[in-house]
Design a protein around this ligand. Structure first.
Ligand SMILES: Nc1ncnc2c1ncn2[C@@H]1O[C@H](COP(=O)(O)OP(=O)(O)O)[C@@H](O)[C@H]1O
Ligand SMILES: N[C@@H](CCOP(=O)(O)O)C(=O)O
Length: 331
């Protein structure tokens, strides 16, 4: 369970009252997650129960948070299935709890699907495309803080912990991504606010008419302005990969890309650069997992994700540089 900062019932109750969300009836520390402290809080308001998530941000600052929370609000108000953040009487979305910035958002129904089928992947592709379209008129801009510049800073930090073979892979990939970043076709790619971490554990599904139904996606705290193709690649690297081997899953990729394409048709340059973005996504998460493993922060309990997985994904993505058609089977 990732609880870095304890919150008392009294503190949570006062916050819920201040936000006009009713009288708190339960508060539970939330298992899962590695980045922030999360609690589930239920309240009663006008005889009805409401469920919220109280997040204390362990890494992000008061200055950085309005971008994420206002983006979530912006998307929620445009019908994208994301948790809506709640404001106080002054319209603020970020509060102070135990010296940490904090926010309260709606709790999504359902649970995450760790063994997705094509049905789940198609809904994720469509939801991501809806988010990209709905985010186009979002007024704030912040770069992806875990993009290539960050990789350039972090790779030298994790390098001393790697084997010679890993060093060669990570440095070679960084050089490749730096060369891609200077290309005119890359700089012209469509971009806007992206989720940048839309993994299986950040999407909830419930059941409607006996079928899986995406109830929403959350954890926007890696969001930033970057290319839509990178966001798509991050998804494909998680939803359409065998978790044991890192091997690409063509049917699921076809479902995800096809559904994305229906909502927001991919441009030719996005299709052409998707293989490079798949490598960029694998590099980014390999680096962050290496950092979490070798430079951990103090926590009550910490579950670091396995960096070797993304090393395998990166090796697979460099070995088999498929174009979109090959990637998606018969797309
Ligand atoms: N809005 C939400 N609705 C429902 N569950 C949520 C929501 N936000 C977080 N959770 C739950 O909390 C867990 C940890 O959240 P996450 O944002 O992944 O944490 P971290 O940022 O610490 O990695 C998730 O796996 C999920 O079960
Ligand atoms: N999705 C990332 C880790 C980010 O953690 P999250 O719990 O906030 O999604 C990874 O798998 O490395």
């Amino acid at each position: 369970m990732a609880v870095y900062t304890e919150v008392s019932e009294q503190e949570a109750r006062s916050l819920m009252r201040a936000l006009g969300l009713g009288e708190m009836t339960s508060l539970k520390a939330c298992a899962g997650g590695i980045e922030n402290t999360n609690y589930f809080a239920s309240t009663e308001l006008s005889g009805q129960t409401h469920d919220f998530v109280l997040t204390l941000f362990e890494r992000l600052t008061f200055e950085q948070l309005p971008f994420y929370l206002r983006l979530m609000k912006h998307l929620a108000l445009r019908g994208v299935a994301v948790p809506e953040p709640h404001a106080n009487a002054s319209g603020e979305l970020v509060f102070e709890v135990n010296g940490k910035p904090a926010a309260v958002v709606d709790k999504l129904r359902g649970k995450s699907e760790l063994n997705p089928t094509e049905v789940h992947c198609a809904q994720v592709g469509a939801a991501l495309a809806h988010m990209h379209l709905a985010g186009r008129d979002f007024e704030l801009a912040q770069p992806n803080l875990h993009g290539l510049s960050w990789c350039n800073v972090m790779v030298p930090v994790v390098l001393p912990h790697l084997t010679d073979s890993q060093k060669a892979l990570i440095q070679g990939e960084l050089a490749y991504q730096n060369s891609i970043a200077t290309r005119p076709d890359y700089t012209a790619l469509p971009r806007g606010p992206i989720h940048a971490d839309l993994f299986r554990d950040n999407v909830m599904f419930d059941t409607r008419n006996g079928q899986p139904h995406l109830s929403g996606f959350f954890d926007f705290y890696f969001a930033g302005v970057d290319t839509y193709a990178f966001d798509l690649a991050v998804c494909l690297n998680d939803w359409c990969i065998d978790p044991e081997t890192g091997v690409h899953h063509a049917q699921r990729a076809h479902a995800l890309i096809a559904a994305y394409n229906v909502v927001r048709p991919l441009q030719e340059a996005e299709r052409a650069l998707l293989p490079a973005m798949l490598r960029a996504g694998a590099l980014r998460f390999w680096v962050s997992r290496l950092r979490d493993l070798y430079l951990p922060r103090p926590a009550s309990v910490l579950q670091a994700h396995d960096p070797d997985h993304f090393e395998r994904v990166l090796r697979e993505r460099t070995r088999h540089a498929m174009n979109v058609e090959q990637m998606a089977g018969a797309a």
